[in-house]
Ligand binder design. Sequence first.
Ligand code: ATP
Length: 294
Amino acid sequence: MNDNKISIKAPAKINLSLDVLGKREDGYHEVKMIMTTVDLSDRVELTLLEEDRITIESTGGFVPLDQRNLAYQAALLLKKTFGVKKGVGIHIAKNIPVAAGLAGGSSDAAAALKGLNEIWKLGLSLDELAVLGAKIGSDVSFCVYGGTAIASGRGEHIQHIKAPPPCWVLLAKPPIGVSTAEVYRRLDTKTIDHPDIDAMVHAIETNNYEGVCGQLGNVLETVTLPLYPEVKQIKDQMHRLGADGVLMSGSGPTVFGLFQHESRVNRVYNGLRGFCHEVYAVRLLGEGQEDFKY
Ligand code: ATP
């Protein structure tokens, strides 16, 4: 990096477990989820501008290029909070599918916060950036830290845990976008079966790969699967082709499968390609494997 330009990696996340405990008086849902980072990243490039303005452009994916963009909102928030008079040119090279349940927008916002902290010389800690990030979106706090964590509250309370056993992750996204707000609106919190988050944490902490696969659970499947049968079809197909564990990520529609063996993930990747137009074989990012800067 030179002082005027920085490139930050904005990795996608998957939920190994996602539970909703109820609806709060402020309209948000109380959640408890285990999130972990995967090696599929956008690249957020920030260029210092001497004049007081924010510009934004993107290549590779269709995202709003104005105040609706979460990276733009990150810049605006820092400007307003700290009275920053300089500006920034934001360029997002989009690799993470949009509206997919992979927190792409949140991760771009987190990357913008971290990069702007450097080029605007704000001297904020990661904890301070995570608190600011929660004002942009519930998943931004997690994305500021990355790694693996239990997220609670509306997603902004982060408790770090160890990385799951290393494995391959196959991501498959049908050609639909799912509105997270709509899925939460339709969720009936009284009738859902709750995943056993403690058992998942135990499996992770004890490096028990089979346990991790056995404890995968996401209550939002009860809404998204009936609404979009293609998501269920991809889940069934991944199971049939031999994934060790399969789950929908976030509010969907992306489905992920876990694999210990590269040969098997390649076989299933090829089997799904004819069936689903966006498929990615990536690694879970383990301890110390995250390198935020390009
Ligand atoms: P989550 O898993 O956190 O619910 P998601 O993966 O389902 O997120 P995103 O890709 O973050 O969804 O996009 C959600 C919405 O945010 C889309 O409607 C998109 O237009 C908007 N958005 C704003 N900024 C961005 C960005 N930088 N990248 C992607 N989407 C963005």
